[in-house]
Design a protein around this ligand. Structure first.
Ligand code: SF4
Ligand code: F3S
Length: 104
């Protein structure tokens, strides 16, 4: 599966959702989640993210992110159309530890 990681938080550019062939992105207030059981590993969303927040779970150390994506994908609504990024997106892009600081 591909997984949305820290740098999406407080940016939420949403370019990723338009290209997903199986519509497996789910939307929270300031983060999106990919449902790991629905993602078909096509990889087309990865280069679409301006914040470089989408990674393949073959990269080491992403287990907790897969579980976070799963947890919220199951309770948030699906998103299939791009929206405006969050107003603070440019300022927050690249900040460390956004999960602890901003996730809501
Ligand atoms: Fe959707 Fe493909 Fe990205 Fe998985 S890798 S979330 S199927 S676009
Ligand atoms: Fe987040 Fe990047 Fe999509 S910032 S909403 S994963 S385009």
């Amino acid at each position: 599966t591909y997984v949305v990681t820290d740098n999406c938080i407080a940016c939420k550019y949403t370019d990723c959702v338009e290209v997903c062939p199986v519509d497996c992105f789910y939307e929270g207030e300031n983060f999106l989640a990919i449902h790991p059981d629905e993602c078909i590993d096509c990889g087309v969303c990865e280069p679409e993210c301006p914040a470089d927040a989408i990674r393949p779970d073959t990269e080491p150390g992403l287990e907790s992110w897969v579980e976070l994506n799963r947890k919220y994908a199951e309770i948030w609504p699906v998103i299939t159309q791009r929206r405006e990024p969050l107003p603070e997106a440019q300022d927050r892009d690249g900040e460390p530890d956004k999960l602890d600081k901003y996730f809501s």
